[in-house]
Structure formats: structure tokens, C-alpha cells
Design a protein around this ligand. Structure first.
Ligand code: MG
Length: 173
């Protein structure tokens, strides 16, 4: 059950305390794309997100998008934000994330992942042993596959809540 439990839980990517992450030794952050950075049905990257990424790079973070979506969905965001990205990541399977961490040359305790789903983003991060950060989804509008995931997610979140481990809206870091 703890494999679904994020180390940090925040409202959005804009409320995460990145300085605190840095002081904990985090140097590289993987960002989920859909419903974390952008609404799932939108292909317009926001200036706000771009500014966040510029700021993070200035702070010294390596920032990488890690999405289960295909290359053509990722590309406009990657280009606009000017950051690296990995598509078709098959989260919660660990292969692509592990490979990326190795290739970029980080240790697991220097890496964090931020996403809106416990059973893809948090699970893959916990499996690999990196810091996991859950944020609330930007919108309730999900793609079909994610809708199915949300159904299971609600059950898992209830289980975590029953064990007093997690409560939606009770943010911590
Ligand atoms: Mg997502």
C-alpha cells in the first residue's frame, strides 16, 4: 500500500517548495505532462509553466518531462519549454525512468518525480526509489484510459485514508 504513498503532496507544480527539494539534495526532476503541466485536451503550453521551468533551470535543476503520451503529443511542449522529454514512458513500469536516471548520471537520492496520479507517477517513482511528489490534477477532464485509472485510484486513496496515511487536500512536504 505504501508504494502509492507520495513523499510530498502539493496542490500544483506551482506550490511545490523547490528550494526545500534542493536542500534535500534533489538535482533532477521528472515532470508528468498531462494534468500536471497542462490540461489533457490542450496542446497549448502555458507561459506560466515555461517561467517555472526557466526558474528551475536557473536554480540549477535538471528538468525532464516523462510522459506516457506519444512523441507527437510531447514535442510542442518540449520545444516551447526548451527542456528534455521522454515519451511513451510506460509508467508505472520502471524501464524508461531507470534508463534515463542512469544516462543523465544521477543517483536515486538526487532525483524526484512530480505527477498527478498515484498509480503511474507515484508508483513508478517509489519503485525506483526516488522522491515522489503528488499534485492535484489540473482538471477533472481525463482521457479515457486515465478515467479507468482514476476509478482504481479512488479505491487506493480510500485505503490510504482508512489507514490515516493520506487525505485528499491535506497537503504536506
Ligand atoms: Mg498525468
Amino acid at each position: 500500500m505504501e508504494q502509492y504513498l507520495p513523499d510530498i503532496y502539493q496542490k500544483s507544480i506551482y506550490t511545490v517548495d523547490y528550494s526545500k527539494l534542493m536542500s534535500r539534495g534533489i538535482k533532477c526532476i521528472f515532470f508528468d505532462l498531462d494534468n500536471t503541466i497542462v490540461e489533457p485536451h490542450s496542446s497549448t503550453p502555458s507561459k506560466k509553466a515555461k517561467d517555472l521551468f526557466i526558474g528551475l533551470k536557473q536554480k540549477g535543476f535538471k528538468v525532464i518531462i516523462l510522459t506516457n503520451s506519444p512523441k507527437k503529443r510531447l514535442k510542442p511542449f518540449k520545444d516551447y519549454f526548451g527542456i528534455d522529454g521522454i515519451s511513451s514512458a510506460c509508467k508505472p513500469f520502471t524501464g524508461k525512468l531507470k534508463k534515463a536516471i542512469n544516462e543523465y548520471g544521477y543517483a536515486v537520492n538526487e532525483v524526484a518525480i512530480i505527477g498527478d496520479q498515484i498509480q503511474t507517477d507515484v508508483l513508478v517513482g517509489n519503485r525506483v526509489g526516488i522522491t515522489t511528489i503528488l499534485v492535484n490534477p489540473i482538471t477533472e477532464k481525463d482521457c479515457f484510459l486515465t478515467k479507468c485509472n482514476r476509478f482504481l485510484e479512488r479505491r487506493r486513496m480510500k485505503k490510504l485514508r482508512d489507514h490515516d496515511l493520506f487525505c485528499k487536500g491535506r497537503f504536506y512536504d
